[in-house]
Design a protein around this ligand. Structure first.
Ligand code: VGL
Ligand code: ZN
Length: 198
């Protein structure tokens, strides 16, 4: 077996002071850096939206951040503007060891579809290319860390399990947004899907 560490969205906008701050989001950076040498492959994901992205509340007149809306692909949370391509908010946390990354996978660049998962956009059908990358490298086991455990880590872990990877989420190296019980729901859903929560 070959394993990879997948670091989800450790970007300024998800850290305290950022546009969509996850409480304690910055506190996991040293532990993640320390974990990198244990893996033959390290992959970083980067939420990477064009300005005016359809997941931004500001793109929906009359709607506020954290409200739900209906998209052609299903229900979607509306977010504050965040991780706009090329912005400081979209950059990785300055202490994250990005030099160790084999691959930086950007997602959410399609203006019409959000992309929580590192594998598929929120239509659950449009691939990001990560599955092909992992398959061609012979990677079978994934350890996931990062932000947010109830959104992008959760969706990535569920898709990975469905695709047949052995998936571990390091609970101590992830933090959540917790919107309307999303944290407990995510943990229950991942466990039910066979994801190991450590
Ligand atoms: C995320 C909301 C919107 C995440 C990304 O990284 O969990 N959450 N975009
Ligand atoms: Zn986003």
């Amino acid at each position: 077996m070959t394993s990879a560490l997948i670091v989800i969205d450790l970007q300024n906008d998800f850290c305290p002071g950022g546009a969509l701050a996850v409480p304690e989001g910055d506190q996991i950076v040293p532990g993640i850096n320390a974990l990198m040498p244990e893996f033959p492959a390290v992959i970083l994901t980067q939420d990477w939206h064009p300005s005016g992205h359809s997941s931004f509340a500001s793109s929906h007149p009359g709607k506020s951040a954290y409200e739900m809306t209906e998209m052609p692909y299903g229900p979607q949370v509306l977010w504050p503007d965040h991780c706009v391509q090329g912005s400081h908010g979209a950059a990785f946390h300055q202490d994250l060891n990005t030099a160790r990354a084999d691959l930086i996978l950007r997602k959410g660049y399609n203006p019409a579809i959000d992309s929580y998962s590192a594998f598929f956009e929120n239509d659950r059908a449009t691939p990001t290319g990560l599955h092909g990358y992992l398959q061609t490298r012979g990677i079978t086991d994934l350890t996931m860390v990062g932000l947010a455990i109830d959104f992008c880590v959760n969706y990535s872990a569920l898709d990975a399990a469905r695709l047949g990877y052995r998936v571990t989420v390091r609970r101590d190296l992830a933090r959540g947004i917790d919107l309307g019980g999303s944290l407990a729901a995510a943990e229950a859903g991942m466990t039910a899907a066979g994801v190991t929560l450590l």
